[in-house]
Ligand binder design. Structure first.
Ligand SMILES: Cc1cc2nc3c(=O)[nH]c(=O)nc-3n(C[C@H](O)[C@H](O)[C@H](O)COP(=O)(O)O)c2cc1C
Length: 224
């Protein structure tokens, strides 16, 4: 870094192969809207879920084009729902173990894994570092930075539950992709934004993704 330059300190967003690619899109959009830098790692398996859930093939060589298309989609699949710029996104291939986020000396505010597969949960709990996403998560923990693990699976077996306890013990925030209905959801996007908003709450990033509870019963009921 040259004198006078300010250091870019992004959030690392890891997208693993659980269902829920709209959660990842909502988190990345909200981080960018909040003026945060994003370092993005899209696992090999998550490209299958992305293809299945959106029809988008995510290609390392065309990541900016593919990301723009992904982020512009609503949770209902409608294209061009969101107007989004991806300038402050840096993309890393999941097989690039020499990438910045594989080292603790690479600056980051922390890492948000959204969604997190049970395979990813296991890999991070055991410190496997089988790809860049898992390595970056291990680095985040060892550096004492914020790690949010948005696990998506149901039901959960004992093995995954034990791995989640290990992650909690290691200082991670375990945040199940579990939408709530008290915030007055009327569309799929509202349910997605609730989970994404809770991820940003855990990271301490300001957002307006969902309506917060204000102590009044009945606020979540739909107008008749
Ligand atoms: C369409 C589809 C949906 C999937 N949904 C889930 C899921 O919700 N949760 C999960 O733990 N795994 C799910 N998987 C399985 C993971 O993709 C698989 O375990 C993979 O090895 C995860 O690898 P990763 O953690 O490196 O991304 C799904 C796979 C496919 C193809």
């Amino acid at each position: 870094m040259k004198p006078g330059q300010t250091q870019r300190t992004p959030w690392i967003v890891g997208v693993s192969g659980a269902s829920g690619t709209p959660y990842a899109a909502a988190v990345v959009r909200a981080l960018l809207e909040a003026g945060e830098g994003v370092d993005l790692i899209v696992s090999r398996a998550s490209r299958l879920t992305l293809l299945d859930e959106t029809g988008i093939s995510f290609r390392d060589a065309h990541w900016d084009e593919d990301l723009r298309e992904w982020l512009s989609r609503g949770a209902d699949g409608k294209p061009d729902t969101f107007d989004i710029q991806v300038q402050d996104v840096r993309h890393w291939s999941p097989v690039d173990l020499a990438a910045g986020p594989s080292s603790g000396s690479y600056p980051s505010k922390g890492m948000l894994i959204v969604p997190a597969s049970t395979a990813c949960v296991a890999g991070v709990a055991l410190g496997l570092s089988k790809d860049l996403l898992q390595r970056a998560a291990s680095v985040t923990l060892k550096e004492g930075r914020k790690l949010v693990v948005t696990v998506r699976e149901t039901p959960l077996n004992g093995q995954t539950l034990r791995h989640l306890v290990t992650l909690d013990d290691a200082g991670a925030t375990v945040l199940p992709a579990s939408p709530a209905f008290y915030a007055g959801a009327t569309h799929i996007q509202d349910l997605v934004d609730f989970v994404a908003g809770r991820v940003l709450d855990a990271a301490g990033v300001e957002h307006t993704l969902y309506r917060r509870w204000e102590g009044e019963l009945g606020g979540g009921s739909r107008p008749t």
